[in-house]
Design a binder for this molecule. Sequence first.
Ligand code: HAM
Length: 437
Amino acid sequence: MSTILQALRGMNDILPDEAERWEAYEFVLAAWAKSYGYRPLRTPLVEPTALFRRAIGEVTDIVEKEMYSFTDQLNGDHVSLRPEGTASCVRAVLQHNLLYDGPKRLYYHGPMFRHERPQKGRYRQFHQFGVEALGWLGPDVDAEHILMCARLWEELGIEDLRLEINSLGSAEERAQHRHALLAYFESHAGQLDQDASRRLHSNPLRILDSKNPDMQTLIRGAPMLIDHLGPDSKAHFDAVRGLLTEAGIQATVNSRLVRGLDYYNRTVFEWVSDRLGAQGTVCAGGRYDGLIAQLGGKPAPACGFAIGLERLMALVEDHPPAPTSTEVYVIHQGDEAATVAFAVADEMRRVGMSVILNCGGGSLKTQMRRADASGAVLAVIVGEDELRSGEVTLKPLRAQGEQWRTSRTDYIEQVAELLLGQNEDEQLEDENGRTGS
Ligand code: HAM
């Protein structure tokens, strides 16, 4: 016998129990983004490699070592699976000239791909829910993003996310800081680890992001970008922080927060949890005022963020949105009854009920067993007797009580009543469970 092929390392199947939860989250998040005026955008999973090189930066971990890049064997194009959504979003906005009539609020969600070392909370195929606001320059939209996150955490019952923010200033301010940083690290070259030595001349800012414990004292003494901010960047940052304070949101300024993608400037932020181990950043983003021009568009400011859905869902393990479940199982016996059963199942679905029609035949007993296992609230039975009398049998599966027959003309009302009764009973049980009575 041949062996069963497995999914690739770091890429996970999401099985039905979990996938129902995913759908519920996607629904909740889309409704949340829409309530702030954001509109959906869907872009391809595969893009020209040049897009990510230009947007994310040549000297970043993502572009240097984490992208799934390959040559299309049919036409020789250099393409990559998207490692994030911002570059694709900006490309689509420019390609379709979406900014022609003013700024745009957009959201997207779906799989992203990075060839990282898999561990808990870090996968090679993972999912992001991203939000981007293109065309606004002021600090109000930065604050809107942070505040909308805070609202979402509240809605999902997450209480322990910490907000870290920083300002990366402008390109000129970063250049000045880079100069100072380079001089500092060069004068301490003997204390740099291999990674830092490699980055010294290409991207010294990223050295500040090092997790190596031996480097921390050196990093603590390094010049801070925040001390190189000019008046405009400083005013912008102060305004964002002021709006957060007004709204009662606590933010810690982390001057070492530099982010792993090169397109950022001014405000950057991360929401971090201590419950997720090493991969604690659930949501991250910031301003990227230069990216639109960098990708060939008419210069326009922008900012955004993305939530890692695997990490978000791991945090709310205890409060999953309820998955939808099967309400009715239709049992039938005989060829003629099968035809009627199809119609009966369809009649109930048309009024919004969730119905499984027995497939693959089986004795009444077997079908009853399947009905019980399906979790349905009741079985609707179409047998030969029912066929002759123009009726169906209704059999409650979860509550006590006898089965009864009813006419095919009014059975739907009775099914609806029964489902309603069951829902009310379950709600009552839930409430009693919660209050312990
Ligand atoms: P990022 O920080 O690279 O930013 O990713 C955002 C979030 O995606 C992370 O905070 C994390 O929750 C999740 N994430 C990233 N990599 C993985 C992984 N390997 N496994 C599981 N989850 C992961 C961006 O991608 C930017 N595009 C965000 C943004 C939007 N900035 C402006 N607009």
